[in-house]
Design a protein around this ligand. Sequence first.
Ligand SMILES: Nc1ncnc2c1ncn2[C@@H]1O[C@H](COP(=O)(O)OP(=O)(O)OP(=O)(O)O)[C@@H](O)[C@H]1O
Ligand SMILES: [Mg+2]
Length: 405
Amino acid sequence: MDDLVSRLRKEIRVGIDLSTEINDRDLREKIRSKVLGDQEARRLSISEQKEIIDRIYDSMRGLDILEPLLRDPTITEIMINSKDEIFIERKGSTQQIELKFEDEERLLNVIQSIVATVNRRVNESSPIVDARLKDGSRVNVVLPPIALKGPTMTIRKFPAKPVTIEDLIEWGAISQEAADFIQSLVTARYNIFISGGTGSGKTTFLNALSNFIPEDERVITIEDSAELQIKKVKNLVAMETRNSASGSEAKEISIRDLIKSSLRMRPDRIVVGEVRGAEALDMLQAMNTGHDGSLSTGHANSPQDMLSRLETMVLSGGAGLPIEVVRKQISSAIEIMVHLSRLRDKTRKVMEICEVTGYSNGEVRLKTLYSFEEEGSRKKVEGRLEKVAELKNTSKLKTYGIQLS
Ligand SMILES: Nc1ncnc2c1ncn2[C@@H]1O[C@H](COP(=O)(O)OP(=O)(O)OP(=O)(O)O)[C@@H](O)[C@H]1O
Ligand SMILES: [Mg+2]
């Protein structure tokens, strides 16, 4: 079938200018009549003919062999390591698939067409680019000579329907009880920080929490690549950073710039997609200066590790603050930490919920409120998120008249 697709595509290509001359419907019609009029193709079943039409269309107009993967809602991530090495993630497990790009040029064309839609360019002198598909999926591209195997692209699919807290409960990522607890904390404007490793579900969890924000508040979201989908809040401003592509006039806009600017936009809460560097200080300051209920995430292996990484981030900004001052800032800004992990059976779970109880003897104090306790030691992870302590600082809950059940 591959040879047939390739032959028919070449025959169709002759004589049409794909960029302007023909609209999508006419192109599809042209392909259809070509396929149905072809002796070899006519012998195939109707479903095979349809597949051929789709494949030719996708390769000429869409994103080629990626189209069916993008349409498949069960696929959450597409990892293209080179033209003939493609992995996908489906229901948490990663597997290599048979699909291949016909040649490297075709893969490069797809990459260029994606990158062009966000007005960026990717080439040897600027070989790393972040982009987004029309549907919001997050894309990262790395080209040779930096990527050794060939053009590499990773697509984190944008869920058509955002993952809700109910989904997370159903998937066993959090218990109903812990979810209710967190909901109360979000409503009562506790400052919450989510930690976890790469791909552990931080953004997904942040999004689920953001949807607990009461709808009458003004919320500003700040992200490197817009992924959040907050549905209820009407008074919402979403902002995204900008990298300055080489050769372009556009000024780079960082997370730091956006946090600073957001403080002048009268937010009730600020949601920062992820902190990685010096912007940690700005985020802590925002949490400390009356933007209670702010939420953010960061990369770490445990809540304790997150605290020390936050310190390093703040210090990297070169504000020259003594370490005690940084620790005090952290302890007064963040009230709750939620830690996520991607476990050995590829499931993603809340492992710990901690309260930051203060600062003493030179250390930020953490108290574990919920902890995931594993039962048995099978390949599949089984266990429960157990409550191990009560929340100490309940003053905000009282202010908002919320009772923990
Ligand atoms: N509890 C869960 N169960 C199953 N899949 C999940 C769960 N949480 C998130 N996912 C899926 O896992 C993938 C990674 O999630 P997400 O983008 O939230 O992770 P992340 O920690 O923010 O990743 P990164 O470090 O790359 O920013 C997504 O495709 C998401 O839909
Ligand atoms: Mg993320």
